[in-house]
Design a protein around this ligand. Structure first.
Ligand code: HEM
Length: 306
């Protein structure tokens, strides 16, 4: 049988988790690799495709397509069942497709969105998903997410990426200056340039390891569904990125919880680093974190929204 005629491959649940994890990375990678000619610039706000005798308007998704807009462009007004199968799209991709169904998403039995009310704040609802949470959270939708009922709390969780350098760069400079003075004061070193640079680099390496560990063991854990607090925690710190990957207001960690994490790391690392270099290591860690966020966002191309 021709590969293109074969039914969608059934991935194991582990496959789906791994693919969902790669999803955000693919979206970023695709945006970074696109050049101007790749951007969908159709004047119409419709880009219709067919899939299994239903019609979908995927206009608002085109420039977010993790494979790049050029793969999808030739299929305007055509059936995409075969090309989607050919590229072995995940369960998440087919789930996302439902978002764009003409006449609105079908609330059938398989639709996990019927378990929550998108007109209400989401954080208070995720706990009740129980064992369904893990599947729901890696099934993406193309919507804006409201977390809290309170406008103030909601406002505090919305973070455009440029807030990160605005807040953290002055703090990094302050820590680097104070840290250098402290280093000179303690060591009486008259030429501190190399030790200062090495300590800041140490901080960058340390942050890379912490970030990897957080993603590997905390952000991508699978809550069993038995503990509501674990579900709330997972959704608030990372799950929401998988649920609403295109909500650009929620791609970076808000400064307030980031400050709490930074303070905890500061206290913990004070046990391992000597007094003379500790502040410089922290400055390096914050530099690593802030620059990775800025590089990620500055290298994105504009996204067309309807
Ligand atoms: C119309 C024909 C399409 C073609 C030829 C196509 C092609 C591709 C390719 C080549 C990739 C892999 C990107 C990589 O590994 O870097 C990809 C990924 C992806 N595509 Fe498509 N695509 C099509 C339509 C769609 C549609 C309609 C949707 C959903 C609305 C979709 C959602 C995704 C998603 C979510 C991924 C990430 C990987 C995954 O979860 O499967 N694609 N696509």
């Amino acid at each position: 049988m021709d590969q293109s005629d074969s039914p969608p491959l059934k991935a194991s649940s582990m496959d789906n988790v791994v693919r969902a994890m790669c999803y955000l990375v693919l979206v970023q990678k695709n945006r970074m690799s696109q050049n101007d000619t790749c951007i969908y610039d159709g004047e119409d706000t419709k880009f219709k495709i067919d899939y299994e005798s239903n019609t979908y308007n995927i206009y608002q998704f085109l420039n977010n397509h993790p494979g790049g807009v050029n793969y999808v462009k030739p299929y305007e007004s055509k059936d995409v069942a075969q090309p989607m199968r050919r590229y072995d799209h995940s369960k998440a991709a087919y789930y996302l497709l439902k978002e764009y169904q003409q006449g609105g998403r079908k609330k059938d039995e398989d639709d996990l969105e019927r378990l929550v009310d998108w007109n209400k704040p989401m954080l208070s609802q995720v706990g009740k998903l129980g064992t369904k949470y893990s599947e729901w959270v890696i099934s993406p939708v193309d919507r804006r997410l409201r977390l809290f009922d309170s406008d103030l709390l909601e406002y505090l969780t919305i973070t455009p990426w440029y807030v990160v350098p605005m807040i953290w760069i002055p703090i990094i400079i302050y820590l680097a200056v104070i840290g250098t003075k402290k280093y000179i004061h303690i060591t009486k070193d008259a030429s501190p340039f190399i030790p200062v640079v090495l300590s800041i680099s140490e901080g960058i390496v340390l942050w890379t390891l912490i970030e990897y560990s957080l993603h590997r063991w905390v952000f991508h854990m699978e809550p069993s569904g038995k503990s509501k607090s674990m579900i709330y925690f997972h959704f608030a710190i990372h799950g929401l990125h998988h649920k609403v990957p295109f909500d650009s207001r929620r791609l970076v960690f808000p400064p307030f919880p980031a400050a709490i994490i930074t303070f905890t790391i500061y206290k913990l690392t004070s046990l391992f680093f000597c007094d003379s270099t500790h502040l410089l290591v922290i400055a390096g860690g914050l530099l690593g974190k802030s620059s990775s966020i800025c590089i990620d966002n500055l290298s994105q191309v504009p996204i067309i929204h309807t």
